[in-house]
Design a protein around this ligand. Structure first.
Ligand SMILES: Cc1cc2nc3c(=O)[nH]c(=O)nc-3n(C[C@H](O)[C@H](O)[C@H](O)COP(=O)(O)OP(=O)(O)OC[C@H]3O[C@@H](n4cnc5c(N)ncnc54)[C@H](O)[C@@H]3O)c2cc1C
Length: 472
């Protein structure tokens, strides 16, 4: 770099990298550099969600913590915006940037499993699916969410709500330690003994505090599960009863119920296409015989339209994915307490009122192990929330977006109960007020103070941002 000054993030002094700066930088890093003129640039700049057609100045596929340190220095000294990417599934498009630098962790996929000790060190370029498959080869698992292609980097830093949430808690509840490169380029090992403040903050505080290179997770014995997809007709009674059964069930059972328009998929009978259904994904992580008994009341709620519940190896719950699927969607996340018959009726009315080809109200019943962790133990504090609710409408053209946004806002407002709250992992680009909804005030203040200590210039700002507290 020609100029070693520290440039305030976002300042007008930020400038494109010149050839000399790039040459000097490339002599220091082991990872591949990809620039706008390079082959593979378009693929390398693509993230999961469509609609983020951004053109980074530089993408660096880092190989190790030293590379990460160099990328951080480059961003700090140039003032260019820094996007940190693990699996690229940011709902807000935060893992890409126009004119900035992308720190791409996708080649850091090392995994060290301690099968005897039931722990694993996982580099953050691994996806949830890759991690789950490797651990499952030994009958072990850490809960990671519902989609295999999501990166363990982003999901862990947000909290991680998945198919083992009621049995084993959030992904962060199995986080034993982490390695983080902070804004000054230093690699820190963080756990309950070493930098406990930072360890607390990264369990729900997102990418605000540094770049996580690897995580040490606890693993649980999860071998054969009873689960899969169950499709039921969506009536107010069936929705409310499904939620009641899911809440009353033993905590081995976690469910994700999508109330949606039946898609024209081959396994859905043609006469149901276009009708409102509950497409539920179900996991019972315990003895198979008991699992069959526990899922029976769900099957009995109505004549199932599709019943694929069966004993299966745990990783089969992650369906195969298409590489070139890049949906565009508007979504809103919240926590609510109750889904009774009236709320269910309102869900159905709102879904009927939209003509978006794909629209959904997703219901995740919480509780169990997740709720036993004290609210102040991690930056994710919604421990007593009973239900996570996400509503979304997909769209194909930008002209449609405003209508989809209006519908989603209206729907979310109608569902709101009490304080609301938000899960940071599902937040879009919704503004500071919504980021604050992800954290109770005392948690927010504590996060801002930790941010001030570890990232005083807000270098890591392309995220659900918690600005550094102002020094008193
Ligand atoms: C289809 C889909 C399904 C989902 N399902 C679930 C689910 O079941 N449960 C759930 O809890 N969440 C779920 N999510 C939300 C998901 O956890 C977040 O979007 C998460 O941030 C994605 O992680 P990523 O690494 O793939 O994303 P990226 O876009 O790579 O990262 C997102 C942000 O996280 C931060 N970040 C990522 N990696 C690092 C790192 N190594 N160090 C520092 N900061 C980092 C950065 O700020 C980055 O902008 C889902 C998202 C999608 C799109």
């Amino acid at each position: 770099m020609a100029d070693n000054r520290q440039v305030a993030p976002g300042s007008d002094l930020a400038k494109p990298l010149d050839e000399a700066a790039i040459r000097e930088f490339s002599s220091k890093v082991r990872g591949e550099l990809i620039r706008p003129r390079d082959d593979g640039y378009d693929e390398a700049r693509t993230v999961f969600y469509g609609g983020f057609d951004r053109r980074p100045e530089l993408i660096v596929r880092v190989k190790d913590a030293t590379d990460i340190s160099h990328v951080i220095a480059l961003a700090r000294e140039s003032g260019l915006e820094l996007a940190v990417r693990s699996g690229g599934h940011s709902v807000a498009g935060h893992s890409t940037t126009d004119g900035g630098v992308v720190l791409d962790l996708s080649e850091m996929k090392n995994l060290e499993l301690d099968v005897e000790g039931h722990t694993a060190w996982a580099q953050t370029g691994l996806t949830a699916g890759e991690y789950t498959a490797a651990a499952a080869a030994h009958g072990l698992a850490t809960g990671c969410g519902d989609t295999g292609s999501v990166g363990i980097g982003g999901i862990t830093l947000g909290g991680g709500v998945g198919y083992l949430v009621r049995k084993h808690g959030l992904t962060i509840d199995d986080l034993i330690s982490a390695e983080i490169v902070t804004a000054d380029g230093e690699l820190l090992r963080v756990d309950s003994e070493s930098h406990p403040d930072l360890f607390w903050a990264i369990r729900g505080g997102g990418g605000n505090f540094g770049v996580a290179t690897r995580f040490q997770f606890r693993l649980h014995e999860v071998d054969e599960i009873v689960g899969g997809m169950l499709i039921l007709p969506a009536t107010p009674e069936v929705i409310a009863s499904f939620v009641a059964e899911a809440e009353a069930a033993p905590e081995e059972l976690s469910t994700i119920a999508n109330v949606m328009v039946a898609p024209p998929m081959p396994f859905v009978p043609a006469e149901v296409h276009g009708q409102l259904i509950i497409m539920a994904m179900v996991v019972y992580a315990g003895e198979v015989d008991e699992g069959e008994r526990v899922v029976a009341p769900l099957r009995a709620l109505a004549e199932p339209i599709v019943d694929m519940l069966k004993p299966m190896p745990y990783p089969e719950i992650y369906p195969p994915e298409e590489d070139d699927f890049h949906p565009t969607a508007v979504a809103r996340t919240m926590f609510i307490d109750t889904i009774d018959r009236d709320v269910s009726q309102s869900i159905l009315e709102h879904l009927r009122a939209s003509d978006a080809p794909m629209r959904v109200a997703q219901i995740r019943v919480l509780g169990g192990a997740m709720a036993r962790v004290p609210a102040e133990a991690t930056a994710f504090a919604h421990r007593s929330s009973r239900i996570m609710m996400n509503v979304a409408a997909f769209y194909e053209s930008t002209e449609e977006r405003a209508a989809r946004e209006a519908w989603v806002s209206h729907f979310a407002a109608a569902l709101r109960q009490g304080e609301g709250g938000a899960y940071v992992g599902f937040l879009g680009e919704e503004g500071e007020e919504r980021v604050r909804e992800a954290y109770p005030e005392s948690i927010w203040d504590r996060l801002a103070e930790i941010k001030r200590r570890y990232d005083p210039t807000n270098l890591f700002r392309l995220n659900q941002n918690i600005p550094p507290a102002i020094e008193q």
